[in-house]
Design a protein around this ligand. Sequence first.
Ligand code: SF4
Ligand code: SF4
Length: 130
Amino acid sequence: MVRVLLRFDKELVQEPVTSQIIIEHKTPVNILSARITPLGGEMLAEIDGRVADTIIAAFREKGVIVDVSSLIERDEELCIDCGACVSICPAEAFYHAPDHSIGLDPEKCSGVTCGLCLDACPRRALHLTK
Ligand code: SF4
Ligand code: SF4
């Protein structure tokens, strides 16, 4: 699965863009989270990797901004492996590694609609990518 962040402007947010793409391409788009306001919206979704290029292109053709980059980054030099991020992350993106360091699986992150770890980190070592 390919995880993408979809950004809709205030015009697009009024239209059933996602439904249209699902129907046109006969493929599911798994919506993980969404934050929609009258001024625009963001949606985190998973797309089948076999059709990801086609679906991403379809969203972009309709004017949706599609971000496929990693959603969370850690400054390894700032991190002190305190573990504060492990318990707060609802997606279990952080884990205790065998060497007692704190591991991060950015693929599990639900990104901008969450952000809990950003404030929890005492070292400000975590950042959302853009
Ligand atoms: S932003 Fe949320 S889901 Fe992503 S790593 Fe931080 S706490 Fe976990
Ligand atoms: S809360 Fe910050 S300093 Fe602590 S383990 Fe997580 S990323 Fe590292």
